[in-house]
Design a protein around this ligand. Structure first.
Ligand code: TYM
Length: 360
């Protein structure tokens, strides 16, 4: 991706004042629930994270506690957690510039989540649309209580680190809103404790759609893998999927999300990966066929993803080193998380550990 690529996250001006030399903090995560991240995760999230790590005090993590809200094979989960970490790093997340860790290695997430569970209304949690969608798919009896309280764990992920911004896609906006509501509620009941975070929502131009069903977002839970471009797929599979992408019965290459969702999605991918504005690409392809655009895009995407895939495999070849990097990240994260949790526990009225010992 070239440096000329336009910003894909809308970053509102935050009102928080900073001390000299201090940076605004951002925090985000992607679930380790597939064997590979897909192009939506990459363009919609990872690319922006990499840009943000210079300007912000950035914290990125792998929410494995969230992954077990639906059944997981234990060996697969461990593998996917490393695979996700390797892709963050291969995609440009730099552990020397930011904090990178695995959620379950920082126990404060689950501890704060419990406190937040106790100040969240049942009706409030019931209004979370992602739960409704997923529970509907699985059947309410199959859906776990963990899936129901998932957004409250997400609020704990966020509030522990006092971030100013949470860069996510539109699908996560409601969860960031809940974390704002819970921060405000806790602050007004117990005194100023949490920074109230802003959602930094990715622009529509960073949303990537399914290649086979271009009105639905690209998602690991899609019915068919044919609609996905995975970061770790071999180039032949990726090229085949792009060349088989659903388009329309016209021949003209132009951007029209409503009338031509398939071609518009391909143009979005082309533009974000090449760093060229959509209008310039449309002008280049005037009078040419959809097939020409697909062949060129397949080459562009596979060339772009090949070094990322290779780097991820290199990192995965040395799991001990990867685990060491993650443990170091967890230590850094715990310094912040434990201070916030201690403050929360004291404000709620929990006895400090030392005083229990003294009373014995
Ligand atoms: P997850 O793992 O579903 O998605 C990770 C990020 O990728 C974005 N995204 C997309 N962007 C563009 N096009 C697409 N097709 C596309 N698909 C996914 C998502 O908007 C998201 O930004 N609950 C979160 C994980 C989480 C979290 C957090 C995030 C747990 N705790 C705290 C931020 C802060 C989730 O399941 O994201």
């Amino acid at each position: 991706m070239t440096s000329s690529t336009t910003e894909t996250v809308a970053v509102p001006a935050t009102s928080t004042k900073l001390a000299a030399g201090q940076k605004h903090r951002v925090l985000s995560g992607m679930q380790p629930s597939a064997d590979s991240l897909h192009l939506g995760n990459y363009i919609g999230a990872l690319v922006n994270w990499v840009r943000m790590q210079d300007e912000y005090d950035a914290i990125f993590f792998i929410p494995d506690l969230h992954a077990i809200t639906v059944p997981q094979d234990p060996a697969e989960l461990a593998k996917r957690t490393r695979v996700t970490a390797a892709q963050y790093i291969a995609g440009g997340v730099d552990v020397d510039k930011c904090t990178l860790f695995v959620q379950s290695q920082v126990p404060e997430h689950a501890q704060l989540a419990w406190v937040l569970n106790c100040i969240t209304g049942f009706g409030e949690a019931s209004r979370m649309t992602q739960f409704k969608d997923k529970a509907q798919k699985q059947g309410t009896d199959q859906a776990s209580v963990g899936l129901f309280t998932y957004p409250i764990l997400q609020a704990a992920d966020i509030l522990l680190y006092q971030p100013h911004g949470v860069p996510v896609g539109e699908d996560q906006r409601q969860h960031v809103e809940l974390s704002r509501d819970l921060a405000n509620r806790f602050n007004s009941r117990f005194g100023e404790t949490f920074q109230v975070p802003e959602a930094f929502i990715q622009k529509e131009s960073a949303k990537i759609y399914d290649l086979q069903n271009p009105t639905a977002k690209m998602s690991k839970s899609a019915e068919s893998p044919a609609g996905l471009i995975n970061l770790l797929d071999d180039p032949k599979t990726t090229a085949k999927r792009i060349k088989s992408a659903v388009t329309d019965t016209e021949t003209e290459i132009r951007f029209d999300r409503e009338a031509k969702p398939g071609i518009s999605n391909l143009l979005t991918i082309y533009s974000t990966i090449s760093g060229r504005p959509v209008e310039k690409i449309v002008a280049d392809y005037e009078g040419r066929m959809y097939g020409h655009l697909k062949v060129d895009l397949a080459e562009l995407v596979t060339n772009h993803l090949t070094p990322i895939r290779e780097r991820a495999h290199e990192l995965l070849a040395d799991p001990a080193e990867l685990d060491r990097l993650l443990a170091h990240g967890a230590d850094k994260a715990r310094e912040i998380a434990s201070a916030t949790l201690a403050d929360v526990y004291a404000k709620v009225g929990f006895l400090p550990y030392g005083s229990q010992q003294g009373a014995r």
